[in-house]
Design a protein around this ligand. Structure first.
Ligand code: GDD
Ligand code: MN
Length: 366
């Protein structure tokens, strides 16, 4: 023991109250003889995970919690936890006991022995590793995700989806500003952040089955994975959020036309009334979709936040519509023949306006 803090373990948690104490006890066992600390990064879990960690922290100062309010996301939680330690090495491990904490000393030893090494990854898919009791469905999904990742990853990682690894904190701080921190795929994000992939080693382990709490890997997480891949390949040209916002905007146009034709053509309402209802329906639909998809990590919840958000979104979009029409009319005046190009320029200006202001005023406040 050197007396200096040498290792931090970051544990992202969401509803893992019943696993916290066991994990800390197991870390204590595995890391005996070292100076270490554990940082739980909890997204304000309703089950009181953060309180459970604080209870332990009062008797053991090595145990800390970062409680994030109004935020969600595994990757961003890991990044914030890793940036919160003074230790030179930091590991990320799941809070549900599925990762094998007894691997940590070996991971640390590799990094200490070889100064050129930057990262050690726990792998389920190399000789000696395994996925334990996974069903066929999960195995094939994981294999598909791994294959897709090869398109952005320029390194031969056997388990790029792994959520279990150890990295030098100096390296992490260097790449942190380059991370997209979307969704679950923190390791992939770190590996592809720099032009040159990180120098890594892999150690095998067997993924355990979960005994308490439940998995948060759902369809939205799968979608976020695709988004993260998009971000790495094209995000430089068109930011992910803007692409999603625009795609949802296009859906909104479809919804608007559908409601308009239903009311005006089919039900015989006046054009003005039909147009007003269609606009409100489309704006509300877009607000809700953006709230669950584009801004999932800053999602507005509860009636008050939703109503406030909806009002500000409608205000922003009204100004956006005025800008759209103004720009299109101006360009059309300048070049009479270019009506389609003028209209498209108007739509683009409106979209950028709506995106920029709603990210600030609708989803930027909590
Ligand atoms: N702070 C925070 N915020 N933590 C979260 C969030 C979130 O939004 N979502 C999940 N977590 C925590 C969980 O509480 C758990 O400690 C850990 O992240 C992993 O989440 P699980 O829901 O248990 O994921 P999994 O077991 O299905 O997925 C595992 O395998 C994947 C590969 O197949 C994880 O290790 C993933 O990282 C890995 O990619
Ligand atoms: Mn899990």
């Amino acid at each position: 023991m050197t007396g200096l803090l040498d290792l931090a373990v970051v544990v992202p948690t969401f509803n893992e109250r019943d696993n916290v104490a066991t994990l800390v006890a197991r870390l204590d066992q595995a890391l005996g003889g070292r100076r270490w600390e554990v940082i739980f990064v909890d997204d304000d879990s309703p089950d009181g995970t953060a309180d459970a960690v604080r209870d332990l922290g009062r008797v053991d100062a090595r145990v800390r919690v970062i409680q994030r309010i109004g935020r969600r996301g595994l990757s961003s939680a890991c990044v914030e936890g890793m940036c919160a330690t003074a230790a030179p090495l930091v590991a990320v491990i799941d809070g549900d006991l599925q990762h094998d904490e007894t691997l940590l000393p070996q991971m640390a030893a590799l990094l200490v022995d070889d100064p050129a090494l930057e990262l050690v990854v726990g792998s389920r898919f190399m000789a000696g590793g395994g996925t334990g009791a996974w069903d066929r469905d999960r195995v094939s999904k994981s294999a598909l995700a791994t294959r897709l990742s090869r398109r952005v990853l320029k390194a031969e990682l056997s388990d790029p989806m792994s959520g279990f690894f150890m990295i030098r904190t100096a390296v992490l701080r260097q790449v942190a500003p380059l991370l997209s921190a979307i969704g679950f795929k923190i390791l992939l994000d770190i590996m592809t952040a720099r032009a040159r992939p990180l120098v890594f080693a892999e150690l095998p382990y067997t993924f355990r089955i979960r005994t308490a709490g439940e998995s948060k890997l759902d369809h939205v997480v799968a979608m976020e994975y695709l988004i993260a891949l998009y971000d790495r390949r094209f995000g430089r040209f068109v930011p992910v959020r803007f692409a999603m916002f625009s795609a949802i905007g296009a859906l909104g146009v479809g919804l608007h036309m559908a409601v308009l034709s239903l009311l005006y053509v089919a039900a015989g309402a006046s054009f003005l009334a039909a147009q007003i209802v269609a606009t409100v329906v489309a704006m509300t639909g877009n607000f809700l979709l953006n709230n669950t998809l584009t801004y999932r990590d800053r999602r507005l919840r509860g009636w008050r936040q939703l109503v406030d958000g909806w009002v500000s979104f409608c205000l922003v979009c009204s100004v956006g519509a005025a800008a759209n029409i103004g720009v299109a009319a101006f360009l059309h005046d300048v070049r009479e023949g270019a009506w389609a190009a003028s209209a498209l320029a108007g739509v683009l200006v409106g979209a950028v306006w709506n995106y920029a202001l709603s990210s600030r005023f609708t989803w930027g406040r909590y």
